[in-house]
Design a protein around this ligand. Structure first.
Ligand code: ATP
Length: 359
């Protein structure tokens, strides 16, 4: 059992940098929990505070109810796998995996049995006598995992463990890691800057930005109900379209479209009249024919990306005379110059050409 609870966890470095501010959430027993966010948002600092490599400047961190304040990393029963999975080059695979048990003075018999068990689980049984230099990146990754697993810790902490692998192999290792974690059922905290990795791996995900937790939720909830503009723009590939909009006279104006709202719809949109931002996922837009054109968005095809199973059409919307809300400009999703781009996911069998008008 290992449930981790963070209460107002803060890290202020000696130079005054606040890397993590007032983080409060819980990581449930047995879950694969992801910390994700852009470079420098405080992910590694948060992970280091959980494992005890960094001291908290404020707040508290409890594991199964016990405060970790002042508890030495080696007494926390956690194992960390780093980005540059440091395995010892002069030791064989077996010796590498056995190393933590040697340090803990576990008997030779017990060590042999645990190493073979872990090797079996990771598909390393045939490689136990090999030196790391003869292994592929993925196999080395598994050795590093094996070294963490052999101690049977309460918690695994992984800091960008797949970032050194090429894209195709990363996908494969990601699936392997997910299977392994589910099989072991050990509480795991996983740091990445890659939102796809976060979405595909995580039971739940915490999104950080500039040291502050933006939202903690399941991948589905992040996708369908982002808590704020940052999360809306961060999650999803391609990202959600964020468009300037306005409500007035029972109409919703979204960029160039004008949609009449029924009274019920107006009542359901719990917003005052005035400027707002509407988020539309690329798959939620469909081309319309002339009959429906009056209330549709209109644009010109700017770029076509065909991926075999998917087609993404980038449109430029004419925004003459429309002003972007300051929040959109500040978030970098649109320019104040009035050029608004839109990405639409369409049937891959359809064909579109640059310059074509679309609505
Ligand atoms: P990345 O994805 O690039 O590894 P990260 O999200 O893991 O980034 P951290 O490494 O946790 O971010 O850093 C968070 C912030 O704290 C950054 O602004 C960083 O420059 C700053 N920082 C990290 N370590 C120190 C330190 N020892 N002293 C001062 N500032 C630090």
């Amino acid at each position: 059992m290992a449930e981790i609870i963070l209460e107002g966890v803060t890290k202020r470095f000696a130079d005054g940098t606040v890397a993590v501010r007032d983080a409060s959430f819980s990581i449930h027993d047995g879950e694969l929990f992801i910390l994700v966010g852009p470079s420098g948002c405080g992910k590694s600092t948060l992970l280091n505070m959980i494992v005890g490599l960094e001291e908290m400047s404020g707040g508290d961190l409890r594991v199964d109810g016990r405060s970790m304040r002042g508890v030495d990393p080696k007494d926390r029963d956690m194992a960390m796998v780093f980005q540059s999975y440091a395995i010892y080059p002069h030791m064989s695979v077996g010796e590498n995996i056995a190393f933590p048990l040697k340090l803990a003075k576990v008997s030779a018999e017990e060590t042999a049995s645990r190493v073979s068990q872990v090797a079996e689980m990771l598909g390393l049984s045939e490689l136990l006598d090999r030196k790391p230099e003869t292994l592929s990146g993925g196999q080395r990754q598994r050795v590093a995992m094996g070294r963490a697993m052999v101690r049977r810790p309460k918690v695994f902490l992984l800091d960008e463990p797949l970032s050194n692998l090429d894209a195709q192999f990363r996908g494969q290792m990601r699936a392997e890691l997910a299977r392994l974690q589910r099989r072991l059922g050990v509480t795991t905290v996983y740091v990445t800057h890659d939102q796809t990795e976060a979405m595909t791996l995580g039971d739940r995900v915490a999104i950080l930005r500039a040291g502050e937790v933006q939202q903690v939720a399941t991948p589905r909830a992040l996708y369908s109900a982002p808590a704020n503009l940052f999360v809306a723009g961060f999650i999803g590939t391609p990202p959600m379209n964020l468009l300037p909009a306005r409500i007035g006279d029972d109409r919703l104006f979204v960029a160039t479209a004008e949609i009449s709202l029924t009274l019920d719809e107006r009542a359901a949109i719990d917003l005052p009249n005035g400027p707002l931002i509407v988020g539309i996922r690329p798959e939620s837009l469909v081309p319309v024919d002339d009959a429906e054109a009056a209330s549709s968005l209109r644009g010109t095809v700017d770029l076509v990306e065909w991926l075999g199973s998917e087609l993404f059409v980038h449109l430029e919307l004419g925004m003459a005379g429309l002003e972007s809300p300051a929040a959109l400009v500040a978030a970098g999703v649109t320019s104040s110059a009035g050029v608004q781009r839109l990405i639409v996911r369409l049937d891959p069998d359809a064909s579109f050409e640059r310059g074509q008008a679309l609505r």
